[in-house]
Design a binder for this molecule. Structure first.
Ligand code: FAD
Length: 471
């Protein structure tokens, strides 16, 4: 058949994985084409994920901090919230970043073809634009970076009061009573935004605690600080029916614990379904290219991000957990470098996770709970922020910094921070793990005083048993 565009490298999907891969490939001299169905680059992260959520969380954080200042002798009037203007602010943030990406693509002569791509063979993809017009792109190599989509609950009806994360980020209205189904990071970040804007929040989570993956001691700190934010946190409970009634969305629950009665059905003004994301692997015609897709829609890759078809790579959310933008970016770089003939491998020891809630909860490497479950012996250095002068001065000393070392080698293997700006600091612990650092390396690294980051050095000194006279 006819081929409309020929290229060295076709990247399917313009999210953090895809654009990072295409830009790196272009920098290495490959002629790269990005196929993206949406009019802007940036994927889920930039358009309906990481970035809009952080813009709204910033607004919430300022409102909350202003309110908390009354404890320190400064009282502000109640905030006047112009929800349209807040929405516009979030849109401006997205626009700045997607505009930047478009410029970066242009600067590198990476062509963006807009439309839905479907493989038609091992070296060809057909792209259908919004107007129905089709073109075929021929490629020598390809990187599949088509990401993931929200998981829907089958029994949930269509109703404007029932939203997923994308819907919640559009801030359609501020409900009085809101239910968040799913106590993971995304649900809790949105709960933070909506509760600050005035909603009363319930959370229902199937498992026995919120923010799975994080150590329970950190989640406990977060939960205690947020006690007032939530009316009811229902763990080990499941939503079994959702009815859209004129007076509200009626939700019925079931207890996953035989010893505990199910919560009573309740009416809500908004229900957010945040029960996870599933990979887009099955929607791409991958079989036409010979690329194997798992039952769940993931695409398996090797250390160079190659699929079972050697000239086709896959990266990002659709190759597996954790579904995080920074993982996608690094995988994208590896795939692009390998496509350009370099000996690149994805060799990260650890990938940090962050809940950008208030306080933030961040962790990297092995967790204490995981080590306990697996019988791995660790040494722990824990520095409570009540002893951090900076945290106390900020009026936010509820958190702590924890470092975890292998009991035999004494090298750091994990760490967690709960407290304000935890996400901005967790990278240092990731670096320490990648460098194979021990407690002496970290403890003897001079951190500036007084900072929250200093708590990392001080936690290391706790392990070393060195007495410190810094407050
Ligand atoms: P995506 O970003 O999903 O991009 C895939 C792209 O491919 C999309 O643009 C899609 O339109 C396109 N595409 C798919 N199929 C086709 C096709 N057939 N033809 C053409 N185009 C196609 N991660 C973090 O690290 N930090 C955060 O703070 C964070 N916050 C989040 C908040 C929310 C509300 C959500 C939903 C996610 C968040 N994430 C966060 C996760 C993050 O968004 C993803 O891990 C990241 O976007 C994955 O990047 P990706 O390149 O693999 O795929």
């Amino acid at each position: 058949g006819q081929v409309d565009v020929e290229c060295d490298l076709m990247v399917l999907g313009g999210g953090p994985g895809g654009y990072s891969a295409a830009f790196r490939a272009a920098d290495l001299g490959l002629n790269a084409v990005i196929v993206e169905r949406y009019p802007t680059l940036g994927g889920v992260c930039l358009n309906v994920g990481c970035i809009p959520s952080k813009a709204l969380l910033h607004v919430a954080a300022v409102i909350d901090e202003a309110a908390s200042m009354s404890k320190h002798g400064v009282t502000f009037a109640a905030p006047a919230i112009d929800i349209d203007a807040v929405r516009a602010y979030k849109e401006r943030v997205i626009g700045k970043m997607t505009g930047g990406l478009a410029g970066m693509a242009k600067g590198r002569k990476a062509k963006v073809v807009q439309g839905v791509g479907l493989f038609v063979g091992p070296n060809h993809i057909e792209v259908t634009a919004g107007d129905g017009s089709k073109q075929v792109i021929g490629f020598k190599q390809a990187i599949i970076a088509a990401g993931s989509a929200v998981v829907k609950l089958p029994f949930v009806p269509e109703d404007p009061r029932i939203v997923d994360s994308t819907g919640a980020l559009t801030l359609p209205f501020v409900p009085k009573r809101m239910l968040v189904i799913g106590g993971g990071i995304i649900g809790l970040e949105m709960a933070t935004v909506y509760s600050t804007l005035g909603a009363r929040i319930d959370v229902v989570e199937m498992l026995d605690g919120l923010m799975q993956g994080a150590d329970r001691d950190m989640v406990k700190v977060w939960q205690k600080f947020n006690e007032k934010r939530f009316d009811n946190i229902m763990t080990k409970a499941r939503t079994v029916a959702v009815e859209a009634l004129p007076e509200g969305i009626k939700v019925s629950f079931e207890s996953a614990d035989a010893a505990v009665a199910a919560p009573e059905p309740k009416l809500y003004d908004m229900v957010l379904v945040a029960v996870g994301r599933s990979p887009n692997g099955k929607k791409l015609g991958a079989h036409k290219a010979g690329v194997a897709v798992t039952e769940r829609g993931f695409i398996n890759v090797d250390g160079q991000m190659r699929t079972n078809v050697a000239h086709i790579f896959a990266i990002g959310d659709l190759v597996g957990q954790p579904m995080l933008a920074h993982k996608a970016v690094h995988e994208g770089h590896v795939a692009a470098e390998a496509a350009a003939g370099q000996k690149a491998y994805f060799d990260a020891k650890v990938i940090p996770s962050v809940a950008y809630t208030d306080p933030e909860v961040a962790w990297v490497g092995i967790t204490e709970d995981e080590a306990k479950a697996k019988g791995i012996k660790l040494e722990k250095g824990l520095f409570p922020w009540a002893a951090s002068a900076r945290a106390v001065a900020n009026g936010r000393d509820e958190g702590f910094t924890k470092l975890l070392f292998d009991a035999e080698t004494h090298r750091i293997v994990g760490g967690g921070i709960v407290g304000t700006h935890a996400g901005d600091m967790i990278g240092e612990i990731a670096l320490a793990i990648e460098m194979g650092s021990d407690g002496t390396d970290i403890g003897k690294t001079i951190h500036p005083h007084p900072t929250l980051g200093e708590s990392i050095g001080l936690a290391a000194e706790v392990v070393e048993g060195v007495c410190t006279d810094l407050p």
